[in-house]
Write a protein that binds this ligand. Structure first.
Ligand SMILES: [Zn+2]
Length: 175
């Protein structure tokens, strides 16, 4: 039953009320905004694929029914280490619940008072947009190997002043 829903155009109310569920595997190449931040890291030999799922849920009573969606995603994103400039994979994970509200104004009004994340309900909700937003938010700010030792640059080392050599030079210059 997984594929009866279209993640590019979900009726959020139906999805929640029918406890819809979707499991998807999407190649990174299809997630343009996320692909952009891979910094030109090579995508080979294994093309990165994002495994993600959506689950709808309704909560509350019939008179005060709330519609929720649960997004889970994991992606091993090729990145460039900011220190040694070598390619490295960075695992990005998302596991968040969102509550749907009627419109943008309600979302703005309630945003400060509730802990959950709010989305505006839609009959054609694009879950790929949400996925990309959340993957980008989950990216670490600093990307580097845990024990990164940048290769020593012989040029830099040779440019450092050599205090003792300088002192020695002064000494021999004395009369
Ligand atoms: Zn590194």
């Amino acid at each position: 039953m997984t594929n009866e829903w279209n993640a590019r155009s979900l009726d959020t109310q139906r999805f929640a009320e029918l406890a819809g569920a979707l499991s998807l595997r999407t190649p990174l190449a299809a997630l343009g905004r996320v692909l952009e931040v891979s910094g030109g890291a090579p995508l080979q030999p294994l093309e990165p694929v994002c495994d993600w799922s959506l689950a709808g849920q309704s909560r509350g009573t019939a008179t005060r029914l709330q519609h929720w969606i649960h997004l889970q995603a994991v992606l091993s994103l090729p990145q460039i280490c900011q220190r040694c400039l070598e390619p490295m994979p960075v695992t990005v994970g998302v596991d968040r619940w969102f509550r749907f509200v009627d419109d943008e104004a309600t979302a703005l009004a309630q945003d400060d008072d509730c802990e959950e994340d709010l989305l505006v309900r839609s009959a054609e909700f694009d879950a790929f947009e949400l996925l990309e937003d959340e993957l980008l938010l989950a990216m670490p700010l600093i990307i580097s190997h845990e024990d990164c030792r940048p290769p020593a640059s012989p040029l830099l080392v040779d440019d450092l002043p050599h205090p003792f050599a300088a002192l020695a030079g002064l000494k021999t210059a004395e009369p």
